[in-house]
Design a protein around this ligand. Structure first.
Ligand SMILES: [Fe+2]
Length: 356
């Protein structure tokens, strides 16, 4: 808000300079001196009132804008200045306060009606357009607010799903969040591809949601899985994709989840895709997922050091992982290490068991 006031002051000073130049060299104006004087000191009421009544900053800013518009409308007898009234509700909308918005809309309209000396027809026309404009603006604001509320609800839903998955599986607590973090770091270091960070983060957070449909006897088994149990666990990417589909996530998120256990050499699952036919998000996730799984402890093994995990990822370059992503992983290693260490400090001690 303080920054808005400073920007408004700079704007007013620049406008004053332009008007002085216009008056001197282009078009001399009647009543120039009182106008420029009132215009130039126009920010002072806002500045002083803001010092006295800091809790009313939003109203002060909006009414100061009204003062400036009214001044220009009164002194500069040009039809174009009329349109400045339409900027008032737009500015007020940015304050994100319904009362300020309402006050600005009503006072703008009232000020126009008081100051205008045009014909009744012109005034009716202005009032009609102004009201339609305010209604459209309100509709846009309503849609934006609804959109934000829906996005927040989805974020809460995702959080709830991740918590539900990890509540079953103590060993993977925080795994989804960490995989999302590592994936984002890898994506930021990628030069060749443009990645939608929000979408990739979602894919990382959701990649293992299919585990929620895995039987506890398999998911929570103490120790390594038998071949049959492993076959059941291999269904979690497909289950996860179906679950994410029912929640309305995008195609890229769904394919990222479905293929996060594919291998670059084509020996992964569920479809045995190879090379670049594996979706980019899945190829990024494969490295991020392995790095977190290897550096986290399990009931049947302790955690590897990040350096050993790096050596292991490099050893599987071109086999499990896309060489391009492995290169990015090497470049981003220091940053990944930093996030790993931060996560280690926050991680609770696991009490139960599971496979990654
Ligand atoms: Fe998985």
């Amino acid at each position: 808000m303080k920054r808005n006031l400073i920007i408004a002051q700079i704007f007013i000073i620049l406008s004053s300079i332009i008007q002085v130049l216009n008056h001197l060299f282009v078009q001399p104006m009647d009543n120039f001196l009182p106008f420029i004087l009132l215009f130039t000191i126009g920010f002072l009421p806002a500045y002083l009132l803001d010092k006295l009544l800091p809790s009313l900053t939003k109203y002060i800013f909006v009414f100061n804008s009204l003062y400036m518009v009214c001044l220009a409308f009164y002194f500069v007898k040009l039809p174009i200045v009329e349109s400045a009234f339409f900027f008032l509700p737009v500015t007020a909308l940015l304050m994100n306060d319904k009362r300020v918005y309402l006050a600005s809309g009503i006072s703008g309209l009232a000020a126009y009606l008081i100051l205008s000396d045009t014909s009744v027809e012109d005034r009716i026309m202005f009032v009609s357009i102004y009201i339609i404009f305010i209604m459209l603006l309100t509709l846009v604001q309503y849609r934006v607010e609804k959109n934000i509320a829906e996005k927040e609800a989805i974020q809460q839903g995702i959080k709830a799903i991740s918590i539900a998955v990890e509540a079953k599986d103590v060993y993977t607590q925080g795994h989804a969040r960490r995989v999302a973090q590592y994936s984002l770091i890898l994506a930021k270091h990628m030069k060749k591809h443009r990645v939608d960070f929000a979408e990739l983060e979602l894919t990382g957070v959701l990649h293992d949601i299919g585990k929620i449909s895995m039987p506890d006897s398999v998911l929570l088994k103490d120790g390594k899985l038998t071949q049959d149990e492993y076959e059941i666990m291999k269904k979690h990417p497909v289950e996860g994709m179906h679950l994410a589909k029912s929640l309305g996530f995008s195609h890229k998120v769904l394919s990222g989840i479905l293929h996060h256990h594919e291998r670059y050499d084509g020996k992964g699952y569920p479809h045995g895709l190879a090379g670049e036919s594996i979706p980019l998000y899945s190829r990024i996730l494969a490295v991020a997922d392995s790095f977190d799984a290897m550096t986290s402890s399990r009931s049947y093994r302790s955690a590897m050091t990040p350096w050993d995990a790096k050596v292991e990822i490099e050893r599987n370059n071109g086999l499990m992982y896309d060489p391009e992503i492995v290169d990015v992983f090497k470049q981003a290693y220091e940053e990944l290490l930093l996030v790993h260490e931060t996560n280690q400090q926050q991680k609770p001690e696991p009490q139960e068991t599971i496979i990654s």
